[in-house]
Design a protein around this ligand. Structure first.
Ligand SMILES: Cc1cc2nc3c(=O)[nH]c(=O)nc-3n(C[C@H](O)[C@H](O)[C@H](O)COP(=O)(O)OP(=O)(O)OC[C@H]3O[C@@H](n4cnc5c(N)ncnc54)[C@H](O)[C@@H]3O)c2cc1C
Length: 355
């Protein structure tokens, strides 16, 4: 088996991993960015909304932006509607991830695609399997491993920190009859523990539900999505053709620890996703930048204790938000029978959420 070495191995080239690789390479680290996918970002498993702030901070241009969003409309089961102004963008998520990874490569990070990290030897070496008819294995020796491998993180499992609390997200993309510049969020007793979304993307719309799985909710997310979509067909707001189907899992946790000796977790792998909204791109990219920067410093100084600075920095920025989100989620689910009232304390559009 071939053996290669690097300072920092980043596993996963989503927003968390690509941002980490970019920051680490910028800081002069010798970085390998490995992803099991053949093409970064494909298939897309996302509703593709990002806050405007993120696009500004990344400074990568706007080639992945499809349209601007002015704010969000929240719809309650009794028809009450709340409008929240918050600038954002609908993006092509595959292009977004690719842009970040390209920027990382531009600073010297080495991309290894079709490369799934599958095991760790007793001396700490990582075993990666290259996809193909005849699988080829490589041993990678790295000083620091950044686990940015998403909600079902293999690296997280190795360090005993896998996500235990996951929501299901299912989505279809369909033709949109009239273009619009607000995202829409729907609360409905059927969508247990979550909500339905209607996110316009120029002439298309991403319509989805994020909710507890059938084993907990007693409802099949697939059926719930079908009837959710039907209401927009009946209103003649969308065409009937399904252009794309996707889905995935969304962590709903509030974890405190992301550093485990020479392993650090980031993004969905670290449970950085917002437990109520399910939004995770902003935190993944922001924490990814921190992870990469501190990993590079730790390698450069030969001092692994510097990784604790990453722990402190992400907790400082997102710890309270995640904690509050988690407690609101618990309240929401425990009082689901009382949805119209409890939602005023548990959804980000209402002042009660922040009380
Ligand atoms: C249906 C749905 C809709 C969503 N909509 C939004 C939204 O509109 N806005 C928002 O902010 N968030 C949204 N999210 C959440 C958001 O997509 C995630 O929080 C975000 O992708 C997290 O980024 P990440 O880099 O941590 O993980 P990911 O984007 O999941 O990237 C992980 C990468 O790791 C790779 N990988 C996994 N295992 C291995 C392995 N063993 N070896 C090598 N590579 C591996 C994967 O191929 C993948 O490329 C949505 C999620 C879902 C499921």
């Amino acid at each position: 088996m071939k053996t290669i070495s690097c300072g920092i191995l980043v596993v996963g080239a989503g927003p968390a991993g690509a941002s980490a690789a970019l920051a680490a390479a910028k800081a002069g680290g010798h970085v390998i960015l490995a992803d099991r996918r053949k093409t970064i970002g494909v298939p897309v498993r996302c509703a593709e909304y990002v806050p405007a702030q993120l696009v500004g901070e990344l400074n990568l241009g706007k080639q992945f932006v499809v349209q601007s969003i002015k704010g969000m409309k929240t719809f309650l089961p009794d028809g009450e509607t709340t409008v929240t102004l918050a600038k954002g963008f609908m993006i092509d998520r595959d292009r977004f991830d690719q842009c970040l990874a390209k920027a990382a490569a531009g600073h010297g990070a080495e991309r290894m695609l079709c490369t799934q990290v599958v095991g760790r030897e007793t001396d700490g070496s990582i075993i990666a399997r290259h996809c193909g008819d005849a699988p080829v294995f490589t041993r990678i020796r790295a000083r620091i491993i950044i686990g940015a491998d998403g909600p079902h993180s293999t690296i997280g499992r190795w360090v005993g920190a896998r996500n235990r609390d996951l929501l299901v997200g299912l989505q279809v993309s369909m033709p949109l009859v009239h273009r619009q510049d607000y995202t829409e969020v729907y609360f409905d007793p059927e969508i247990f523990g979550g909500y339905g979304w209607f996110f316009p993307k120029k002439n298309l719309v991403n319509i989805g539900v994020g909710m507890r799985p059938a084993a907990i909710s007693g409802k099949s997310p697939r059926h719930v999505l079908k009837s959710f979509v039907q209401r927009f067909v009946d209103q003649k707001r969308i065409g009937e053709e399904v252009l794309c189907r996707t889905g995935g899992h969304i962590p709903a946790e509030a974890r405190r620890r992301a550093v485990f000796d020479d392993v650090i977790l980031v993004g969905d792998a670290a449970g950085h996703t917002h437990p109520v909204t399910g939004a995770g791109i902003f935190s993944a990219a922001t924490c990814g930048e921190m992870a990469g920067r501190w990993a590079a410093a730790a390698v450069k100084e030969g001092d692994r204790s510097l990784l604790q600075e990453y722990e402190a920095e992400w907790q400082d920025l997102f710890g309270e938000t995640l904690k509050r989100g988690h407690s609101r989620r618990r309240l929401l689910e425990s009082q689901w029978h009382n949805l119209p009232q409890i939602i005023k304390q548990t959804w980000v559009a209402y002042r009660g959420y922040y009380a």
